[in-house]
Ligand binder design. Structure first.
Ligand code: NDP
Length: 240
């Protein structure tokens, strides 16, 4: 029977590419999403990948959503914590709600998904977590104290959970993407984006597929000795 993979935010953008890459590897994939039903339905019809709606920032919703996946596809072997949002603004203009919402979804989502699935992976002696961090969690970014803190937190979460999974065949790794051509980046004003691209040594935005290939490696048998690591995929924009 196929191993089962859940990709949060798996119906569009980077998550869509990850869902497709894992399907190509032979996983039975469940693509989670938050609220864009039309996109999720079109994605499922096009790819044959089942989509499941829940808010990863809601603890109980994660437990219930994962239980639905288990019922539909079987025990969960792989979790890709990809769902994420931005609520940008300089500190002076950032509301407490903007801070909380980004922490709740981007970082809290990783905790919630791990609580729902990590124990089962440990018991079965095999599992893969891949957490999508960000270059802005490594280097910081003006106007993003909430997002940078949450993404930096993901990198710490990854290293800590990796230590808990190592003896049980469960690897936990992170990817820190640079700027990737998705809806999230399309929301950046063109003048700002031009300046960002000028700072990327390879001279272009990344493609979602280029992140998905990194995820595929971490989820493969070949990646079994790699845990607690962060792979930067950023066109050379940040080199440590
Ligand atoms: P998009 O905005 O294109 O897609 C986000 C996805 O996450 C959607 O499927 C969305 O669902 C889902 N989502 C959002 N909130 C929730 C929630 N509360 N519960 C469940 N699902 C949710 O993002 P990207 O593809 O650009 O980014 C994917 C990840 O990569 C994010 O974590 C982002 O921070 C990170 N990243 C992106 C970079 C980039 O340049 N694009 C750079 C570095 C990191 P729905 O369709 O229903 O709204």
């Amino acid at each position: 029977m196929s191993k089962v993979a859940v990709v949060t935010g798996g119906t569009r953008g980077i998550g869509e590419a990850i869902s497709l890459a894992l399907k190509d590897m032979g996983f039975a994939v469940a693509a989670n999403y938050a609220g864009n039903d039309a996109k999720a339905q079109a994605f499922s019809e096009k790819t044959g990948i089942a989509s499941f709606k829940w808010d990863v920032g809601d603890h109980q919703a994660c437990l219930d959503g994962c239980a639905q996946v288990v019922e539909a596809l079987g025990p969960i072997d792989v979790v890709v914590n990809n769902a994420g949002i931005t609520r940008d603004g300089v500190l002076a203009k950032m509301s407490f709600d903007d801070w909380n919402e980004v922490m709740r979804i981007n970082l809290g989502g990783c905790f919630n998904m791990a609580k729902a699935t990590f124990g089962g992976m440990r018991e079965r002696g095999w599992g893969r977590f891949v957490n999508i961090g960000s270059i802005n969690g490594q280097a910081g970014q003006y106007g993003q104290v909430n997002y940078a803190a949450a993404k930096s937190g993901i990198h710490g979460f990854t290293k800590a959970l990796a230590q808990e999974g190592a003896k049980y065949g469960v690897t936990v790794n992170a990817i820190a993407p640079g700027y990737i051509d998705t809806d999230m980046v399309a929301a950046v004003p063109p003048a700002v984006l031009e300046k960002i691209v000028a700072k990327i040594p390879v001279g272009r935005l990344g493609h979602a597929d280029e992140i998905a290939r990194g995820v595929a490696f971490f989820c493969s048998e070949d990646g079994g000795f790699v845990t607690g690591s962060t792979l930067s995929i950023n066109g050379g924009q940040h080199m440590y």
